[in-house]
Ligand binder design. Structure first.
Ligand code: UPG
Length: 462
């Protein structure tokens, strides 16, 4: 029976997942460690509203378990030493250098974790891959752990996380499934059972799926690839709808009622973002290429190509509609996050649309209910398209949507925040230059109501 869990990495996955395990299993001590002192201090902040991740319901879970059986610490070695089970939940960004640059996952941090565990461990441990990893990473971890020479036995499990941002706690409380991959040996099966027993404290048994390690690793990449592929598929149709007079919302509803297709993930948009979809598909493409499976690689790469196209053509359409020039024109951005209910901006479509418009010398005013100014500039500077000063002079971040839209030529909706639909659109219209354009990248606003006010309204795919 597992009594002591350590999780390396206090980020978007490790933090919420461990908080829920601790809450549901008061008999298990859970310690989340991270080298980042600031982040750990934030997780330990007396005011539970100051924890570093915003997720509905998370602060309640942390408030209940923290100090009881949930701990956040920077003492990595100590936590590894004491644990029977160690989750690795560090980031695996796309490589920015060397072979596989821009495609392969950078496993540097994973390997460092494995080496640290190998150095510290004095008794047998189960090591769980929680980070999304390329298939066969477990082998690398095992190679490192099996050469400690101190007689310690390790079992490696793969237990990918499927939670989505903004609904993390909901997803953890009632997952569609929990996936656990392990060795087919007796010891492997025992390790699998130990992790099954933890989840069984709150997840129905029939939703806990066990497989071999490789299937589990690959299932995670496959799930994200399929989800992203649906978005790119409907986005591809959105462009065709615009040319033919069909309405992509109607098409999505019509096909979604086919039970074999299903209604979810068929919302046309300015393009998908987030930390996972693009990274995981690029990774999949890279793995396929490594095995010489070029058709497989090309097939999945097309999902990314379509997504890039969708972002680009949104920006292009703004420019051409505004009489082929946005130079010196104010354009208001409603939303910067990659989706609603999160302050996460990684790979957000907004970044790329802004980048294109800034290159055309537009003046952008951004309002997002949760994203901070410094993050917006960080995202733009990261692209290295132009100097930091140029980003600062071309774009401002404001904390009021009406101010963002004041004297603007056009409004672009980049994130589907619910509150955008509730604004006083008459007031916004009155403050804008005419004709007043709205480019709704999320098909969120009411076309008829806006047109009645006088807006020139354009949605995606109709
Ligand atoms: N999106 C659309 N149209 C849709 C659905 C989604 O444009 O019909 C966009 C959405 O706006 C966002 C992106 O797709 O930009 C991704 O959305 P979502 O999947 O909700 O967000 P993530 O939090 O990135 O979650 C994904 C998987 C989750 C997985 C996680 C990390 O849904 O299961 O754990 O990535 O791997």
């Amino acid at each position: 029976m597992i009594k002591n869990i350590c999780c390396i990495g206090a980020g978007y996955v490790g933090g919420p997942t461990m908080a829920v395990i601790a809450q549901k299993c008061p008999h298990i001590k859970v310690t989340v460690v991270d080298l980042n002192e600031k982040r750990i201090a934030a997780w330990n902040d007396k005011d539970v509203n100051n924890i570093p991740i915003y997720e509905p319901g998370l602060s309640d879970v942390v408030a209940e378990a923290r100090g009881r059986n949930l701990f956040f610490s920077t003492e990595v070695d100590k936590a590894i030493d004491e644990a029977d089970m160690i989750f690795i939940s560090v980031n695996t960004p796309t490589k920015t250098y060397g072979v596989g640059k821009g495609m392969a996952a950078d496993l540097k941090y994973i390997e460092l974790c494995a080496r640290q565990i190998a150095r510290v461990a004095k008794n047998d441990k189960i090591v769980v891959e929680k980070s999304t990893l390329p298939v066969r990473t477990a082998q690398a971890i095992k190679d490192i752990l099996d050469h400690t020479g101190n007689g310690v036995n390790f079992q490696i499990l793969s237990n990918p996380e499927f939670l989505a941002e903004g609904t993390a706690i909901e997803d953890l409380f009632a997952p569609d499934r929990v996936l656990i991959g392990g060795d087919t040996t007796t010891e492997g099966q025992k390790a699998i059972q130990a992790l099954v027993d933890i989840y069984a404290n709150w997840v129905p048994k029939d939703k806990i799926l066990t497989t071999n390690v490789w299937s589990s690793e690959l299932s995670k990449l496959t799930a994200n690839a399929f989800l992203a592929q649906r978005v790119s598929s409907i986005n591809a149709m959105s462009e065709l709808c615009e040319k033919t007079g069909a309405d992509v919302n109607e098409v999505a509803r019509a096909i979604g009622m086919d039970s074999r297709i299903g209604p979810k993930f068929l919302k046309a948009s300015v393009g998908f973002g987030g930390s996972c979809f693009q990274k995981d598909i690029l990774n999949l493409v890279y793995i396929a290429k490594t095995y010489g499976l070029n058709e497989v690689a090309d097939y999945w790469e097309q999902v990314i190509i379509m997504n890039d196209h969708q972002k680009r053509r949104f920006a292009k359409n703004i420019i051409s509609t505004l009489y082929n020039t946005v130079s010196g024109k104010k354009i208001a951005f409603l939303g910067w996050a990659f989706k609603k209910d999160t302050n996460d901006t990684r790979e957000s479509a907004a970044i790329y649309v802004a980048d294109d418009l800034l290159s055309e010398q537009a003046n952008i005013a951004v309002f997002d209910p949760k994203v901070e100014e410094k993050q917006v500039y960080f995202d733009l500077d990261y692209l290295e398209t132009r100097k930091s000063e140029a980003n600062k002079s071309g774009l401002v971040v404001v904390d009021n949507p009406y101010e963002a839209c004041k004297n603007a030529h056009a409004i672009a909706v980049l994130t589907e925040w619910d509150e955008f639909a509730t604004y006083d659109w008459q007031k916004i219209y009155d403050g804008m230059l005419k004709p007043a354009f709205v480019f709704d990248g999320r098909n969120l606003l009411n076309k008829a109501a806006l047109e009645k006010i006088g807006f020139v309204y354009q949605a995606i795919g109709s």
